[in-house]
Design a protein around this ligand. Structure first.
Ligand code: ZN
Length: 292
């Protein structure tokens, strides 16, 4: 079993799927491989550090967090070796090509990525939206062997191995807010300490940038216990916005048919700690039936 999270920035994963990946690991043990791909260089989001310093710090923080969680890590590279600039990510052909190569190399069973904006009145982060569009657009091409061989030549174009197309899951996106409930809520309370410790690795964000930018209702936490309390409140607020009244700490997901459309039985078998009280099975069941 292989899980891949493709997201825009250093720190996005920890806030949307870090607990779920950990619970998945506890269920599957060493039979599980997990990987994070970040698609931008992390140079932009800071108020007093230079672009160069910010990008270097963000990468080091992300590597530390990935190590804590036991995840493999890759910075997305375009065919020319560059990483897309933060604030400039779009679903351009070179981004599709880079993702195509990276996803095919890992060949995940489940791919987690940000959602498209369902509501044109909702705000977006351009890089989150760019990743969502790129994953959606490249999904069909994952099993098209020659789609990007002009960028990534192969020795023999007359021999091709099939590539499994993953089930593609959208993570919750705070920039867009809740849309009145998600398909799946995972109770991640048992993994909360690890989520807090992984996100705490991103010091240049949670203690410097995020409080300054003021977009996330954060004041700079003094230490890890203070951060845990802030994070707990933040997760409860997200749950309330998703219409969840059940006690607990949750991560939320929507199921797409961008890749392989799953069955509800498969999702229930694979996903750890699904919380019925934080999920919308009625809507999900109808959608899965339409895709079947
Ligand atoms: Zn982000």
């Amino acid at each position: 079993m292989k899980l891949l999270c493709v997201h825009a920035h250093f720190d996005d994963f920890e806030f949307v799927a870090g607990g779920t990946f950990e619970l998945w690991r506890r269920r599957f043990g060493p039979k599980l491989r997990t990987k994070l791909i970040v698609c931008t260089d992390g140079c932009a989001g800071h108020q007093f550090r230079t672009r160069e310093e910010t990008g270097r710090m963000r990468l080091a923080e992300q590597l530390a967090a990935a190590r804590l969680g036991g995840h493999e890590f890759e910075l997305l590279r375009l065919p020319d070796g560059r990483t897309p600039r933060e604030g400039c990510l779009n679903a351009t052909p070179d981004v599709l090509a880079g993702l195509w190569r990276a996803i095919r190399e890992f060949e995940p069973d489940y791919l987690f990525c940000p959602p498209l904006a369902a509501d044109p009145l909702a705000g977006v982060h351009v890089d989150h939206l760019g990743v969502a569009e790129a994953v959606r657009k490249v999904a069909y091409l994952l099993n098209v062997p020659h789609a990007y061989t002009p960028e990534y030549p192969v020795a023999d174009e007359s021999r091709s191995e099939p590539c499994r197309t993953p089930v593609i899951i959208n993570v919750y996106d705070g920039y867009q807010g809740g849309d009145g409930g998600s398909d799946l809520g995972v109770d991640v309370g048992a993994a909360f300490d690890l989520i807090a410790e992984m996100s705490w690795c991103h010091q240049s964000q949670i203690r410097e940038w995020l409080p300054w930018v003021g977009r996330h209702d954060l004041s700079a936490p003094a230490d890890l216990p203070a951060w845990k309390e802030t994070l707990r409140q933040r997760m409860r607020k997200t749950a309330r916005g998703q219409g969840v009244t059940a006690d607990g700490l949750f991560e939320f997901f929507n199921v797409t048919a961008w890749g392989t459309a799953p069955t509800l039985e498969q999702l229930e078998k694979d996903f750890p700690n699904l919380a019925r009280g934080a999920s919308n099975y009625i809507r999900l069941r109808q959608r899965l039936a339409r895709w079947a």
